[in-house]
Design a protein around this ligand. Structure first.
Ligand code: NBP
Length: 506
């Protein structure tokens, strides 16, 4: 039976994320009241963790959980994103949660659902949404946290979020050593910062995941290019990635890539496991949401979308195998310098990564207007430096870029990133050209370069495109010798070719 109102926080949903987050909170001295739909899971969890610094209180129903939590209650939900979040929130309200209480959805909910829920439950509780990144280990020992909701609710959550988040060194931005059970990290800057109103936290978590998709795709393409052009074994590639992890590309994803590539297959000890993993990637949807949102807002996030489509293409394994017998690519043998190619792929990866992150940050910039948020992009980059899947040395650079100029129009225009691309673009272009020549699919490298070249072009072929639209659909065009907003239509196929002025908004 639960004690009376002694718990600092309540937590609902004791699957992987819930159990680990509860233990993380308890390690930091917070008393956590826990509930799970299947009571057995809760009992086993309590039995397995009898001595946590803060203490765990097992609750068999939601009324017990509500009674156990100190007011204003802070109740974290970690159930499957979707209708279960609404169900649990309503059940909590029925069980006695009050208007001042915070119900904090830490699942991967769609930000639009969080906006809707905050409004829908506003007279019954303070509904809050927080992105949590870092998977199981992050939840246990320090995730990156992206909280969004009412600012007056945040102040109640802030001490807990700051305590349980991953920590980075204040000067270097590097993650501080990982915590151990019962021994949390002391000091450092927490990877948690208030993001903004209603769904802002879940939105930023979604963009984080979209960036994660493209980051993983770029790394996979770098591996694939080197593997196919140099015909090297995964173990040698592992050493290359490990070396890259000591420089500008230093990141969690490069680190685990180096580790993956050197692992032998348990069933074939002479071979490498990566060669036995089927080349079809699955997805849960957050990359797709990011791409749909980019399309909805009209923001070019082509590389993020390309990463989603690359997974879709990978899933067509049977079709691809059949097509490979019919659609023959070029015969190509790389005879150049091997080290030069390794360095070129490194630079291509870095330049492409800059473009991919530029797209993600542009999305957040546009979302500020779309959803009336005030997003601090430097702060967002800073909380991704530790705890999350995309944590990287590189994010210290992005933090610095937006701290230098909070109004920065595009990351590509920051002096550091501008100089990096300037310096490395010849090799980036040579890798993309090589991929095309050799017939090796490298959609993310190519789309990132296309983004860069498109963004830096004062003139694009959209003049012809818009003329085509006017030709067949009378969609009008603007002229370079007239003020913006003044539109024209031409009777393109008629003999007199009359140009009509359509609007003048000035
Ligand atoms: P799941 O997404 O598998 O959620 C299932 C848990 O919710 C079970 O413990 C289940 O209880 C409980 N639950 C309760 Br309580 N009420 C429920 C209801 N009405 N309907 C369905 N389930 C209910 O857990 P997870 O993998 O820990 O993920 C939790 C959230 O965190 C998800 O939104 C996920 O997307 C997000 N997330 C996951 C990761 C990750 O790496 N796994 C990372 C970041 C975010 P039961 O025992 O009775 O079935």
């Amino acid at each position: 039976m639960a004690e009376k109102a002694s718990a600092d926080v309540g937590l609902i949903g004791l699957a992987v994320m819930g159990q680990n987050l509860a233990l993380n909170m308890a390690d930091h001295g917070f008393k956590v009241a826990v509930f799970n739909r299947t009571t057995r899971v809760m009992k086993e969890f309590i039995a397995a963790n009898p001595d946590t610094p803060g203490g765990l209180v097992g609750c068999e129903n939601l009324s017990e959980l509500v009674a156990a939590a100190k007011k204003p209650r802070k109740i974290v939900i970690l159930v499957k994103a979707g209708p279960a979040v609404d169900t649990v929130t309503k059940q909590l309200i029925e069980a006695g949660a009050e208007k001042d209480d915070l119900i904090v959805d830490c699942g991967n909910s769609q930000w639009t659902d969080t906006i809707r829920r905050e409004k829908e439950f506003s007279d019954r509780c303070r509904f809050f949404g927080s992105g949590v990144s870092g998977g199981e280990t992050g939840a246990r020992f320090g995730p990156s946290l992206m909280p969004g909701g009412a600012a007056d609710a945040w102040k109640h959550l802030e001490p807990i979020w700051n305590a349980i988040a991953a920590k980075v060194d204040a000067e270097t931005g590097k993650p501080i050593e990982t915590a151990k059970p019962g021994r949390p990290v002391k000091g450092g800057v927490p990877c948690s910062a208030y993001i903004g109103e209603n769904g802002a936290g879940h939105y930023v978590k979604m963009v984080h995941n979209g960036i994660e998709y493209i980051d993983m795709q770029l790394i996979s393409e770098a591996y694939f290019l080197l593997r196919n052009l140099l015909h090297v074994e995964p173990e040698e590639l592992s050493q290359i990635f490990a070396r890259w992890n000591e420089g500008d590309l230093d990141s969690y994803l490069i680190e685990i890539t180096a580790d993956i590539l050197k692992q032998r297959d348990p069933d074939h000890p002479d071979a490498f496991l990566v060669d036995y993993v089927l080349d079809t990637a699955q997805q849960k949807g957050t990359g797709k949401w990011t791409s749909i949102n980019a399309l909805d807002m009209g923001i070019p996030a082509n590389s993020i979308a390309e990463a989603v489509f690359a997974r879709c293409l990978s899933a067509l394994k049977v079709e691809r195998e059949a097509a490979s017998q019919h659609l023959i690519g070029p015969e190509y043998q790389y005879n150049g310098d091997r080290n030069e190619l390794v360095n070129a792929v490194h630079d291509a990866l870095y330049c492409s990564k800059i473009c991919a992150y530029a797209q993600g940050f542009q999305l957040m910039r546009a979302a500020e207007t779309e959803y009336k948020w005030k997003l601090d992009l430097a702060s967002i980059a800073s909380i991704w430096r530790g705890g999350c899947i995309i944590r990287a040395r590189f994010l210290q650079r992005i933090t610095a870029a937006y701290a230098r100029d909070p109004q920065l129009v595009n990351l590509l225009l920051d002096p550091y990133f501008k100089e990096q691309i300037q310096r490395n673009q010849t090799r980036w272009r040579s890798v993309v050209a090589l991929a095309a020549q050799a017939g090796i699919a490298a959609p993310a490298f190519m789309s990132a370069l296309a983004y860069h070249d498109g963004y830096r072009s004062a003139q694009l072929p959209a003049n012809l495109l818009q003329a085509q639209r006017d030709y067949f659909g009378a969609h009008t065009y603007e002229r370079i010798d007239q003020p913006r907003g003044v539109s024209f239509h031409l009777d393109w196929s008629k003999p007199d070719r009359r140009q009509i002025k359509i609007t003048d908004s000035h």
